[in-house]
Design a protein around this ligand. Sequence first.
Ligand code: HEM
Length: 403
Amino acid sequence: MNTTPEPVVDVPVIDLPLPPPGTMGPPDEYGRLRRECPLAKVRLPIGATAWYATRYDDVKELVADSRLVRPSITDWPPRPGRAPGDEPGLITMMELEGPRHAALRRALSEPFSVRSVRSRLPRIRRSADRLLDPLVSGDQPGDLVVRFLEPFPVMVMCDLVGIPYEDSEYFLPRADAALGALLTLKEGREATHQLRAYVIALLDRKRREPADDILTRLVHECGRGTLDHESAVSFGLSMLVAGYRTSTMFLADAVLTLLTLPGAYARLRDHRDLMPGAVEELLRYVPVMNGVVVLQAVQDIELHGRTIHAGDVVLPVLASANRDGRTFADGDRLDLCRADNPHLAFGRGAHNCIGSHLARAEMTVCLEALFDRLPGLRPAEGHHPIWEDESPSKSPLTLPVNW
Ligand code: HEM
């Protein structure tokens, strides 16, 4: 047992850094924290405090550290004296652990593989064209987020997973409320209960009417006894809360970035061979996951001379890690030709993003479709995007364009 007394280190509690209003971020604060206070304490909007890690090396370790678990929405906020997972909560795939999580990852590895995603590229392009057709043929310039960048990832995910796209009016507002729950609570719990009932009904339907989609595959695995029903429900919930929102934000932020940095859109449009590297660089540069990975310690962890105690909440900030100058030369600059790019946009470890190949394909197809159909795309003069400024993860809610 370690009997050395711990040095008393005063850790100031700061407000959760938010991107300046009307911008996607990242907040300037990240740079200062990386330099001066790589493990800070932040006050969350719900009043609880959390550890806030901003350096690449720390974030890389923390997201894959088995001493940290993902707290369930219904276990939130963690109460002193109660260990994570004490009470049964509503769980998405992110909070599943151990053999059940591994069985679900196994069942999903084929449909989310590079090979399988590649084989769906023509289908994904058809979804993009279906949404762009009315925009391109209309005589009025339109809003790119509302008409294309928001519905496109929803359509692609629904097609792959087997969720009726028409139901998006029902699940989208509830999914947004559930996704905000870890930081703002309130309606999140109620929304998650409704989403769960929706997924259970959908799985029942797949049992009666099998189709060529992931939910049918999971129902089949449950029938064979290789997967339990609750894990299939967890996956369905994950798709409703994580299967498109991050992609929508990524596409909107990435397209806005390309349209705002002088020459960037035209350069990529005219040099399509740059596309694979450019997609990786956009994943690094665009701060999609400013604050979304929320972890809770199940054991004490020492870091930078401080003790993260069991029960403490830890936020590894992927968007800050991705700009860390120790790993990325000139990290705050978008370099579409960047060669060495070990970004952490998709996390790392057992819970890394299972949809990473799909997200890359969506970005690639989205840009190719825009370059083909709207080569002269530009922000509409005199119109400014509208932002929802309360959340750390931000993207424009509207993007008025001309072409
Ligand atoms: C650019 C878009 C996306 C980004 C930046 C992103 C990012 C992430 C990150 C950082 C994680 C890890 C969270 C953690 O460690 O707790 C994650 C997990 C996950 N993502 Fe994504 N994601 C994106 C798109 C997608 C898509 C398109 C899908 C599926 C349709 C998806 C499905 C998932 C699932 C199911 C998990 C949980 C995996 C597990 O717990 O085993 N994501 N994502």
